[in-house]
Design a protein around this ligand. Structure first.
Ligand code: AGP
Length: 613
């Protein structure tokens, strides 16, 4: 996610835009920049790092006038967070400035076209390509140029642009990525969300899919990409500025839980070609390297470690390679057996976790190749790895991992399928089938989110619980661990996850009257025996007084008689069940923390990125 602001009116554009960027900084803070239309041309300032770096630059090199401008605060996807990759991006004439949020899926082919035309490209971004395309077709009307260019773009994008030759307009466009108009008196605004302009107006218009908008001081014009007149959804913003940053949710964590369908979709975007073949562009391991692998070791911490446990099931199933999964802080101290043929996969949302970083340094010292799965472009762990597969969850502001965790699971499946594709352990049609099953997950997660209300009620009834157990089998076991971790870190409760088969080897002694036990029931389709065994486990604990909270796929009626609370999830393939079964547990932990009056987004004693060992 990135933050975008556009302004046209009577006020100082740089002041309005920077103030809007400050409210949008939670959307990304790798770099920031502004472009203002001034008498002579465009005045542009951009700087890597947080917004404060841009403000410092503006203090040193002020933009003194101009009442029309755009601004951007970046969450890097294509191209590391550097000055040259900071938005706005300009065309060769330096008279067009563009800011962008999203991923242009076909930017590589468009980039090659520009290179053939001899256009000098100065950044690694997909956005710069748009600036040059606009410059090539501009003939005095920026909105027309934007419509022409948007018809050639694929993927998800919000674009906002200005042109020195049209000093009175700002033009925006959107596909699969948000853009809202702020309607003022003698002034109008554009923003990634209402936080951009909430200090000035609460009267907004949400643009629809494939629409272009032109704002002037005295008017707003909306069309389709083909130029037909169109309209957006008008609404009044009834949030305060703080709530606006949270998209109207009470907590960033809840906002990020609800962003999971889009995060999963964005992580899948652009990774499958028309023939169903997987392309992991950032994967810098050669096919020969991949065929040479004889063992995989996954290293990670916390929720990322739980995603690593799920990776074991996926990679062993699709490739038949042996997979070890290790808590990063233990990994190098056990003197692991690592060779050139070992692929070490490091999973890290932040890319800065010291335990994981030290683990991959040890692995590389031993001659192993390292693949990072990371959510922060250009962070330390990907930089020190041989290859990287980025997740595209966008900034995760809440300390508790939610959308990052789900996109890590998606990424490990993509890696597993990619390894299988190169090593030939799965045919192309099998891979295409599994990729299509992944593509159905955003809708499945949406469906779960529409039915999580019982978890809110359940949470309020569990406020006085002294402990909670979580049971799962197969890929449900890492989900049990993740559900327990969420409760520990958010509601400060003792919670433990373990394989349901372990119950009879000791933990069943913990069962007492009223003890809440969450049970993740495997799909019946995958391994019916696993399903039947866990139903027996539910009966065992219920017989001893446990309060059973059962997560089961819809129309699985076999568990209903033994569930005090039954939470339904959509039917998905066995290996993909963590992507839907985790979501109710995230909501449960978030609501329990709230019911207990704790800080949901910044729980006590924790940090978003643990950069010490
Ligand atoms: C999970 O909710 C926690 N925030 C924590 O366990 C986290 O997953 C762990 O610290 C790893 O962080 P990373 O993914 O940034 O490496």
């Amino acid at each position: 996610m990135c933050g975008i602001v556009g302004y046209v009116g009577e006020q100082s554009a740089v002041d309005v835009v920077v103030e809007g960027l400050r409210r949008l900084e939670y959307r990304g803070y790798d770099s920031a920049g502004v472009a203002v239309v001034t008498a002579e041309a465009l005045s542009v300032r951009r700087k890597a790092g947080k917004l404060a770096n841009l403000e410092k630059l503006l203090a040193e090199q002020p933009i003194s006038n101009g009442t029309v401008g755009v601004g951007h605060t970046r969450w890097a996807t294509h191209g590391p967070p550097t000055d040259k990759n900071a938005h706005p991006h300009l065309d060769v004439t330096d008279r067009i400035a563009v800011v962008h949020n999203g991923i242009i899926e076909n930017f590589a082919s468009l980039r090659r076209e520009l290179e053939v035309d001899g256009v000098p490209l100065t950044s690694d971004t997909d956005t710069e390509v748009v600036a040059h395309l606009l410059g090539q077709v501009f003939d005095g009307n920026l909105a027309d140029a934007m419509r022409q260019v948007c018809r050639r773009l694929e993927g998800a994008f919000t674009l906002v642009a200005v042109h020195a030759d049209e000093p009175e307009v700002v033009v925006g466009a959107r596909r699969n990525s948000p853009l809202v108009v702020g309607l003022g008196e003698g002034e109008n605004f554009l923003g990634s969300d209402v936080s951009a302009f909430i200090a000035h107006t609460r009267h907004a218009v949400e643009l629809g899919q494939d629409q272009v908008v032109q704002i002037r001081r005295d008017g707003v014009e909306i069309t389709t990409f083909d130029g037909a007149p169109a309209s957006g959804r008008e609404f009044e913003v009834d949030w305060d500025a703080s709530a606006a940053e949270k998209g109207g949710y009470d907590f960033f964590m809840m906002k990020e839980i609800y962003e999971q369908p889009k995060a999963v979709a964005d992580t899948l975007l652009g990774r499958v070609d028309d023939n169903g073949m997987l392309h992991l562009d950032e994967m810098r391991l050669s096919d020969e390297d991949i065929r040479d692998i004889d063992k995989v070791v996954v290293v990670a911490c916390g929720s990322a470690f739980h995603a690593g446990l799920i990776a074991k099931y996926a990679i062993e199933h699709w490739t038949r390679l042996p997979v070890e999964v290790e808590v990063a802080s233990e990994f190098r101290y056990r003197d692991p057996i690592l060779t050139r043929q070992t692929l070490v996969i490091a999973i890290s949302q932040s890319g800065e976790t010291m335990d994981t970083l030290m683990a991959i340094r040890h692995a590389r010292d031993q001659g192993s190749r390292v693949l990072a799965i990371c959510n922060v472009n250009g962070s330390t762990i990907p930089r020190e790895s041989d290859a990287v597969v980025y997740t595209y969850a966008g900034p995760e502001v809440a300390v508790a991992s939610t959308k990052a965790f789900l996109t890590q699971i998606v990424a490990v499946h993509l890696v597993a399928l990619y390894l299988a594709q190169i090593r030939g352990t799965k045919w192309a049609d099998e891979i295409a089938l599994h990729v299509s099953e992944l593509a159905d997950i955003p809708a499945a997660v949406d469906q779960v989110l529409e039915t999580v209300e019982p978890m809110r009620t359940l949470a309020r009834s569990m406020v006085t619980a002294k402990a909670v157990l979580f049971l799962g089998r197969h890929v449900g076991y890492p989900v049990a661990l993740e559900g327990a971790l969420k409760l520990k870190e958010l509601a400060y409760m003792h919670a433990e996850g373990f394989p349901a088969g372990e119950l009879k080897h000791g933990p069943i002694a913990l069962i007492e009257d009223g003890l809440p036990v969450v049970v993740i029931v495997p799909p019946r389709s995958g391994r019916p025996v696993l399903h039947d065994k866990i139903v027996s486990n539910i009966q065992e604990i219920r017989a001893r007084g446990a309060r059973t909270i059962v997560i089961a796929e819809e129309n699985d009626d076999s568990v209903a008689p033994y569930a005090d609370t039954l939470v339904r999830v959509p039917v998905v393939p066995t290996l993909l069940q963590p992507l839907v079964a985790t979501v109710p547990l995230q909501v449960l932990a978030c609501e329990l923390a709230h019911a207990k009056g704790f800080d949901v987004d910044q729980p006590r004693n924790l940090a978003k990125s643990v950069t010490v060992e």
